[in-house]
Design a protein around this ligand. Structure first.
Ligand code: BG6
Length: 468
């Protein structure tokens, strides 16, 4: 169900003058509208504690390039609200609902710090804004297990579970759904998708950007909460899950929760925290800050399928490259029958999670020519090229649409979130030492060494570097 089939919608965006709204939500909504994917009748009400001025001024603030902006923007307005007072907002929502007709639905998007979330949920209840609403919540969902449980209790007091959409935007990336397609729409991969054939998995999300003005967010959250307890573990969930009974919310939530239950308590010796040099000089950062801007760790999934396979996770700011890459490394063949194949580079299946998603397998093949010479080659699938004429949909766009149509499959469940905190809490309670690393590097040496002699797949010149 898309576009004209969807009932009229009123979108209420809290945090509408914030970074996420400007960078992702407004561009995403404008794209969906231009593609004819939004409901025929909709309104967007931005909200926050501070007014950006008139509706016109607000529209200017979130202006996007492209044909049709004025038409699209005529549906945007701004109303102030806070946890203490949402009456004006509730009035505005009811007024536009009248215009749109009686069956209008509400999509409430809550992008506020964890400390503010419960107050906002109570306000929504007080003003009756929870009725007929889908609530999209931005991470982090609490700051530890106890606060996540408190938030869950408050949410379930006010909303039914099917109204809740905990967003983890990595799950909206085309390539993440491709993990499912690759594994379960083919007979080729699933038989080797286990400890018998897989030697290791790497989930690698280095970022070149620093904190880009998000000092207070980073200082209060840190990279472990921002990225590991959410995006990277979720990716691990998709790689490791058992075939679900159906590719729907229930099937995926159930199977991911089972994977997270099977993850062994993290070994503090296998968790590396780093902080880039110069972080403490950033405006808004404490002079003696111990906050980690980098994390690398080894996780183990103690179940029948994955026993013995290390999962390496790495992410951080101010690193040498920006990548979102999943690598599944396969075991060597039992016998070396080709004498010249000496360099030991393994077969790796690589998923690049960019918008321009790509999947490839590094393998060995015969080099054309008179001799039987084995060399490295690549089998690759560029998805946009493979499906000419199709339009890739960006993660937030996809998830906004799913929330409107009520599909929770690519959102995270209460059970998953709570289990992940259970796993992460011991590390946060007793964090490892924070090692500094130079900007533009691959993080502290301890992290470079974490996967042992084979090292990380990225940077690709790994072997060259090893040879020195
Ligand atoms: C966000 C994190 O959720 O994801 C940021 O808060 C991070 O710290 C970002 O940079 C990365 O997202 P993307 O879509 O650029 O891969």
């Amino acid at each position: 169900m898309t576009g004209p089939d969807l009932p009229p919608q009123v979108l209420v965006l809290f945090g509408a003058t914030g970074d996420l709204a400007r960078r992702k939500l407004f561009p995403g909504l404008f794209f969906l509208w231009r593609e004819g994917l939004l409901p025929a009748a909709f309104r967007i009400i931005g909200s926050g504690r501070h007014s950006p001025g008139t509706d016109e001024e607000f529209r200017d603030e979130v202006r996007q390039e492209g044909e049709g902006w004025e038409d699209f923007a005529s549906r945007i307005s701004f109303v102030t609200s806070s946890a203490d007072d949402g009456s004006e907002l509730a009035e505005a929502v009811r007024a536009v609902e009248q215009e749109l007709g009686g069956d209008a639905r509400r999509l409430v998007y809550l992008s506020v710090p964890p400390s503010a979330a419960i107050g906002m949920v109570r306000m929504l209840e007080k003003e009756g804004l929870n009725e007929r609403a889908h609530l999209v919540l931005e991470k982090p969902f609490g700051t530890d297990l106890a606060s996540a449980k408190e938030l869950d209790a408050a949410l379930l007091d006010v909303f039914a579970p099917e109204q809740l959409f905990r967003i983890d935007h990595f799950l909206g990336k085309e390539a993440v759904q491709n993990i499912l397609a690759l594994r379960f729409a083919n007979g080729l991969f699933e038989p080797v998708w286990n400890a018998q054939h897989v030697a290791y998995v790497q989930i690698d999300v280095p970022e070149e950007i620093g904190i880009e003005g998000r000092a207070s967010f980073m200082e209060s959250t840190g990279t472990f909460r921002d990225m590991i307890s959410t995006h990277l573990f979720q990716l691990l969930g998709f790689v490791a899950l058992e075939p679900p009974t159906a590719i729907d919310a229930e099937g995926l939530h159930e199977e991911k929760a089972k994977v997270f239950r099977a993850i062994r308590r993290l070994d503090p010796a296998k968790v590396v925290f780093g902080q880039y040099e110069g972080y403490r000089d950033e405006e808004g950062v404490a002079d003696d800050s111990q906050v980690e801007t980098f994390v690398a760790l080894e996780a183990r999934v103690d179940n029948w399928r994955w026993k013995g396979v290390p999962f390496y996770l790495r992410t951080g700011k101010a690193l040498a490259q920006t990548r979102r890459t999943i690598t599944v490394g396969f075991r060597e063949p039992p016998l070396e029958v080709f004498p010249c194949d000496a360099d030991g580079e393994p077969n790796e299946l690589v998923l690049e999670l960019t918008d321009d998603a790509e999947i490839f397998v590094d393998l060995r093949a015969k080099r054309p020519g008179p001799a039987l010479e084995i060399a490295h080659a690549r089998m690759s699938l560029a998805l946009v090229e493979a499906f000419p004429g199709s339009t890739a949909v960006e993660a937030y766009e996809r998830l906004l649409l799913d929330a409107m149509r009520g599909d929770q499959a690519l959102f995270t469940s209460t059970a998953e979130v709570e289990r992940l905190w259970e796993l992460c809490d011991p590390v946060l309670a007793d964090p490892p030492p924070v090692h500094t690393y130079p900007q533009g590097s691959w993080g502290p040496q301890e992290a470079v060494d974490l996967p042992g002699p084979r090292g990380w797949r990225i940077p690709e010149e790994r072997d060259a570097r090893e040879r020195g």
